[in-house]
Design a protein around this ligand. Structure first.
Ligand SMILES: NC(=O)c1ccc[n+]([C@@H]2O[C@H](COP(=O)([O-])OP(=O)(O)OC[C@H]3O[C@@H](n4cnc5c(N)ncnc54)[C@H](OP(=O)(O)O)[C@@H]3O)[C@@H](O)[C@H]2O)c1
Length: 328
């Protein structure tokens, strides 16, 4: 494993994290190994960044990460726990702090390293009030860093004008060989500003592994998965480059993201995937290989994916109800 800093001012992290949406088990289905086995494999292979959210499995993902963390007995300071405040709970400072305390309880920890706002709250919410409360939470030692997720450049700037004492350290966004729109604005902005970049769905929900995958809610709702799994040209390029490195298409897809200066946080339901993904940190792509992957995926620089900004017009109660009904 290799390590880096998250942005200019964030914590030291492994160059590959582990996404724990899968621990929620609603959108992805049952795990192939126990959460403790998956966490143990990740720790053993040097992964230090763990990404969860209060909404994954309605808190189950956080709870299982907390149990695994405490059972494993790894010194707390060696692990970066990243969780997310749902956009519908970022409606006021008071509401956000209630969510934060609930996450701390489920995670069984005294502090969260990276507390991210999962998506921008509705336009009329008191976003600045939320951010000031998070700054107070830093001063009380409840969180170490503030991060964002699914915010556009304009929305990131809006947030930064609210903050008085601290800056955000990272933004998380959908990014992979099958969805490259962030390269047109967000990625260069974050680089310029020294803010860390985290890629969600770095394997396009498994489409870039070249393996045939079962249907589940996570895949059914992602247009990026659908088009990437049919992209024979891109998969052929991934397989050819993988054979040069004695590796797998998934490892090449992750190595390409790292080469772009972004940290992938692939999700996994079984330990073999965690181990294989951790080893992607050792794959060094040549300039020529990066160019071949860039060319085979250039069509995805301008396609649809990511989070719709229209969500900011949906009231919190409706958002909450929708997610309860769908169950992610
Ligand atoms: N901020 C946000 O809004 C947001 C949104 C989505 C995700 N996320 C975060 O990002 C993480 C990753 O995204 P994601 O889970 O949506 O997509 P992903 O990482 O692109 O795909 C994960 C799936 O790919 C398959 N996979 C993983 N490694 C593999 C390997 N080595 N070989 C073969 N198949 C492999 C597995 O599918 P099977 O288990 O079916 O085999 C796994 O569940 C999530 O866990 C979550 O923490 C954040």
């Amino acid at each position: 494993m290799k390590y880096t800093r998250l942005g200019k001012h964030g914590p030291k992290i492994s160059v590959i994290g582990l996404g724990l949406w899968q621990f929620g088990q609603k959108a992805w289905g049952k795990l192939g190994n126990t959460p403790k086995e998956i966490f143990h494999a990740a720790i053993r292979h040097g992964i230090t960044l763990y990404d969860t959210a209060e909404i994954y499995g309605n808190g189950l993902s956080e709870k299982l990460l907390g149990e695994a963390l405490n059972a494993e007995g790894v010194p707390r300071e060696e692990i970066i726990v990243a969780t997310k405040l749902a956009g519908f709970n970022a409606s006021s400072g008071e509401r956000a702090l209630r969510s934060l305390r609930a996450s701390l309880r489920r995670l069984g920890t005294n502090y969260i390293d990276l507390y991210q706002i999962h998506w921008p709250p509705p336009r009329w919410c008191k976003l600045c009030d939320v951010l000031r409360s998070l700054e107070e939470a830093i001063e009380k030692g409840l969180i170490r860093y503030i991060g964002l997720s699914n915010f556009s450049v304009r929305e990131v700037e809006e947030v930064r004008t609210c903050l008085r004492k601290y800056d955000i350290v990272s933004v998380q966004f959908q990014y992979s060989l099958a969805y490259r729109a962030p390269e047109k604005g967000l990625v260069p902005y974050l680089k310029r500003e020294g803010i860390g970049a985290l890629a969600w769905s770095p394997l396009a929900k498994g489409a870039l592994t070249g393996e045939s995958k079962g249907r589940n809610f996570a895949r059914l709702t992602d247009p990026v998965y659908k088009r990437a799994s049919r992209d024979t040209e891109l998969l052929k390029t991934l397989k050819e480059i993988a054979s040069n490195h004695n590796s797998t298409p998934a490892q090449i897809a992750l190595a390409w993201i790292i080469a772009k200066g972004v940290i992938p946080i692939p999700g996994a339901r079984k330990i073999s995937h965690v181990i294989s993904n951790a080893k992607a940190a050792d794959v060094a792509l040549s300039d020529d290989e990066i160019k071949r992957l860039d060319d085979a995926s250039a069509k995805y620089l301008g396609t649809y994916g990511g989070f719709s900004p229209l969500g900011r017009n949906i009231p919190c109660v409706i958002q909450k109800l929708m997610l309860r009904i769908i169950g992610i």
